[in-house]
Design a protein around this ligand. Structure first.
Ligand code: PMP
Ligand code: GLN
Length: 384
């Protein structure tokens, strides 16, 4: 048995969703929407299930989906890529695993930013990588040149980055992206850019894909997920876009983990990626409306929230909200005693966590938001 995995805790998402089910709580923890999926994409999948192939898809993905990814990024992000640079995976999680397995050699240092998405560190460690963590802190969560310089060494080979960022909901600015690009070019580093939230951005913000910056295309491995683009998180269809010399080893890692991804879902995603701008604009507007509704309700209930520029999440600051408890204590009592599940942001740190921030998923219908915030108010009263 490998102690690295044997000793890992259950993911905070599974833990909180389990408690939510056990206590019949409203689940504002794990990030999944309860509205917003496009019916025509579901119809296309159903049709493909009945009339299309139900046998193994090509290892690197259906040609129609690889071409749809190329066209989609050409249109929406101005990227000029070819289907040979696209590998379809079973969700972004598998994309991350394949990329990390293929790109990290034991002893390589890997630069990461904490708080970080929960899959990164276990995968890096299992690949033999040595994590070097840059710590981002609330309320700004900003990347600075000094912090990067402190973390990078002669042994650094890979940077793992996430934008828009889960759990902070930050859309990193052009200045911070340029700092990263300068570092990668100067040190000849590869960067794994997890951009799964690329379409869930608000207030007129747009994701600048790292691969679009001068000198970055040849060193950037971009990860995307249909789960986020179509509000279908259970589908687990993702992809990797990387230059051919990186795509090749990454696809070999994919070939010995899942080999291929369900063909019917791939067909439906290929169709969906070609949808008109109105779909993407409408989806963003709906989620922005849900964010505003939750932030307003939280404000009325006496909570102080942090800005949320992208993703499905808004965070509350416990200290500023007058709650004298750390995030884990608040979340554990909230789900058991007030019937509402949330995620403690300290779970996204390896060390020295911020312990005053709690993440809430706002991608919910108005009724869920209203009832969830009422219960959060009851949870707050537990600490008064
Ligand atoms: N990366 C980040 C930053 C995420 O937030 C998520 C899911 N919330 C994933 C990867 C995993 O995506 P998927 O469900 O497609 O595996
Ligand atoms: N990415 C989702 C979140 O941040 C959860 C994914 C999972 O449960 N593994 O909530």
């Amino acid at each position: 048995m490998n102690p690295l995995f044997a000793n890992l805790p259950t993911s905070i998402f599974a833990h909180m969703s389990g408690l939510a089910a056990e206590h019949r709580a409203i689940n504002l923890g794990q990030g999944f929407p309860d509205f917003g999926w496009p019916d025509d994409v579901l119809d296309t999948a159903a049709e493909a299930l009945r009339s299309g192939s139900n046998q193994y898809a090509p290892m690197r993905g259906l040609p129609e989906l690889r071409e749809a990814v190329v066209a989609h990024y050409g249109k929406h992000q101005g990227l000029d890529i070819s289907p040979e640079e696209v590998t379809v995976t079973s969700g972004a999680t598998e994309a991350l695993a394949a990329a990390i397995l293929a790109l990290v050699t034991p002893g390589d240092e890997v630069l990461l930013f904490q708080p970080l998405y929960d899959a990164y560190l276990p995968l890096v460690r299992r690949a033999g990588g040595v994590p070097r963590l840059v710590r981002l802190m609330p309320p700004d969560w900003r990347i600075t040149a000094e912090a990067l310089e402190e973390a990078v060494t002669e042994r650094t080979r890979l940077v793992i980055f996430n934008n828009p960022h889960n759990p902070t909901s930050r859309l990193f600015g052009a200045d911070e992206l340029q700092l990263l690009a300068d570092l990668c070019i100067r040190r000849d580093l590869t960067i794994l850019s997890d951009e799964v939230w690329e379409h869930i951005v608000f207030d007129g913000g747009t994701l600048l894909p790292l691969a679009g910056l001068p000198g970055m295309r040849e060193r950037t491995v971009k990860v995307g997920s249909a789960g986020k683009i179509f509000s279908l998180t259970g589908w687990k269809v993702g992809w990797i876009v990387a230059p051919p010399e990186l795509s090749l080893p990454i696809s070999k890692a994919h070939q010995y983990t899942t080999f291929a991804t369900p063909p019917n879902l791939q067909s439906a995603v290929a169709y969906g990626l070609g949808k008109a701008d109105a779909y993407f604009d409408g989806m963003r507007a709906n989620f922005a409306g849900a964010r505003d509704a939750m932030a307003a309700a939280l404000g009325e209930a006496g909570f102080v929230t942090l800005p949320a520029q992208g993703s499905y999440f808004v965070s509350i600051d416990l200290d500023q909200s007058g709650i004298a408890a750390d995030d884990v204590t608040f979340c554990e009592r909230a789900v058991r005693e007030a019937g509402v599940a949330a995620i403690p942001v300290s779970a996204f740190y390896d060390a020295d966590p911020a312990t005053n921030v709690v993440r809430l998923c706002f991608a919910k219908q108005p009724e869920t938001i209203r009832a969830g915030v009422e219960r959060l108010q009851a949870a707050k009263a537990l600490f008064q």
